[in-house]
Design a protein around this ligand. Structure first.
Ligand SMILES: [Zn+2]
Length: 63
């Protein structure tokens, strides 16, 4: 009685590439990531990168 419903719409997790269901009933908490863990990891990496780019806290006007 396992009715395989063809292919459910899925997206690859931007973090780990794992298939993430798009359906509202199936999507995980961290959508579009496969889990909230991946979402936090990606968010952390993004913030870290941004922080690194915007790291203008030093005195570079030394000429
Ligand atoms: Zn993931």
């Amino acid at each position: 009685m396992s009715a395989v419903q063809g292919q459910t719409d899925q997206l690859p997790c931007p973090r780990c590439g794992r298939r993430v269901p798009i359906a509202a009933d199936l999507r995980p908490a961290g959508f579009p990531f496969c889990s909230e863990r991946c979402r936090l990891l990606d968010l952390g990496a993004w913030i870290d990168g941004k922080h690194a780019i915007a790291g203008r806290g030093g005195e570079d006007g030394q000429e």
